[in-house]
Design a protein around this ligand. Sequence first.
Ligand code: THU
Length: 140
Amino acid sequence: MMLNRDALIAAARTAQGAAYAPYSNFHVGAALLFADGSVVTGANVENASYGLALCAETSAVAQAMNRGLRGGLVAVAVIGSMAGADGPVVTPCGRCRQVLNELAQLGGTDPVIWCVGAEEVLELKLSALLPHAFGPANLG
Ligand code: THU
């Protein structure tokens, strides 16, 4: 299953190319790696009603869920930048951390999150980004 970090980042970068972000011009791509080796990606999808924007990570999780995946999330790569320019590291927004946690907790994993910037890749576990998370286990 071991797809390497750079390959997952490349998948996120490719996904970023599909971003629909005419309002912010901030294009984000996310790639999810699963234990079986599958990779599912997403990009942000904005709306003329600005507050309805969907983040790349949320799009990717929805895509994975629609493919029947329910856990096994081992790694995530996120990259975002203003159109045409590489910028600072992007960490998932608060809502996306919660959305990622749902998929992770379903399979009992604590995925590594690679937050990609022009100069560096910040590596964090989801549990560090969202400590003491509320999730499906709380409702069981
Ligand atoms: N965005 C993401 O896709 N993921 C994040 O983690 C942060 C923000 C998107 C939402 C919006 O379309 C644009 O970036 C600017 O906030």
